[in-house]
Design a protein around this ligand. Structure first.
Ligand code: BDR
Ligand code: CA
Length: 322
């Protein structure tokens, strides 16, 4: 069974990615061995609280969650409450955890220990936030052990969603992205030009709620998704939402058909104007070895079917975790 370590910054699309992984975990299709978080959409403590809360609602309170690095490697942290809400889950505020839960979380392994154990177990690492933790970890321990590393980030030779050329995750911590792609490591990159095609609109959302039936998350998902729909509408994208991180998880696990191209990716961190811009050397000008499989297309209808399948698994009483 595939072991999975998710590093995320929930974040609304990260939250849907967590629900997807929780559905597969509960059905015994994967083993979600842990979740670590980064500072990005909101601060790192909040991303950890959000991840723990979502998992708890999915009956996976036993999956360890640990906050990672609290700030980018070099630049100051910028968060995006206008995209994901003040606490990262739209109009919804997760309840503050009991002090006993916080104490228990502090007694767990550190995020670096979780990564080491996951690498030793050959886990698939999926990163759906800024790559701060990834860059720090690879810098000190290398990338060996992980069966694969899949990242949501970048806009490859494509317009950005944060600046004319930069995607949010790489823009937040450009030095981490630069450092990771300079390291001897291979990854699969799910960048904006593909992930932004995976859209949930009110009709799709209604059918998600129907599948989830009486699942506890149906009480809060409308408040979470409404915020994300409104954000995209203000951006001129229509009353719908791009679910980047969920598609990334499916690509990481090979549960959706996709195409990718081996190439060399680099990220700009020095220039103000081009901060976080990602480039792929499609013609071999740099004469450097390939470091990345850049995803160039994915079967979006199959991704919707796969998400519905996972939501059924999540809602099924047969998969209840004792
Ligand atoms: C990425 O930025 C974040 O706001 C989303 O969670 C996603 O990981 C898309 O650019
Ligand atoms: Ca994210």
């Amino acid at each position: 069974m595939k072991k999975v370590l998710l590093d995320c910054d929930p974040g609304i699309d990260d939250a849907l990615a967590l629900m997807y992984l929780a559905g597969l975990h509960r059905a015994g299709e994967i083993s979600l061995s842990g979740v670590t978080t980064t500072a990005g959409n909101v601060g790192v403590k909040q991303t950890a609280l959000n991840a723990a809360w979502i998992l708890e609602q999915c009956g996976l309170g036993e999956v360890p969650v640990q906050a990672g690095e609290s700030a980018p490697l070099v630049v100051d942290l910028v968060t995006t409450p206008e995209t994901h809400g003040p606490e990262g889950l739209g109009y919804f505020s997760p309840p503050a955890p009991a002090s006993t839960d916080l104490a228990a979380a502090q007694e767990q392994e550190t995020w670096q220990e979780m990564w080491k154990a996951a690498a030793a177990a050959g886990a698939h690492l999926i990163v759906t936030g800024p790559v701060t933790n990834l860059a720090r970890y690879v810098d000190s321990a290398g990338a060996a052990g992980f069966s694969s590393i899949t990242i949501m980030g970048g806009a490859i030779n494509y317009r950005g969603n944060t600046t004319p050329t930069a995607e949010w995750n790489f823009w937040v911590d450009p030095d981490a992205a630069r450092s990771f792609f300079e390291a001897p490591a291979h990854s699969t990159l799910c960048s904006l030009e593909v992930t932004e095609r995976f859209l949930v609109d009110p009709q799709r959302f209604e059918s998600m709620l129907e599948i989830l039936n009486r699942h506890p998350l149906t009480a809060v998902l409308p408040e979470i998704l409404r915020f994300y729909f409104e954000f995209h509408e203000k951006q001129g994208e229509g009353y719908q939402a791009q679910i980047h991180d969920l598609l990334t998880c499916m690509i990481a696990l090979g549960t959706v058909p996709y195409e990718a191209m081996e190439t060399t990716v680099a990220v700009e961190a020095q220039s103000q104007l081009l901060r976080g811009t990602s480039v792929a050397d499609l013609r071999g000008h740099w004469n450097r070895p390939a470091n990345c499989a850049v995803v160039t297309g994915a079967d979006i209808e199959a991704a919707h079917r796969e998400f519905s399948r996972a939501l059924k698994l999540l809602a099924s009483p047969e998969n209840a975790v004792s």
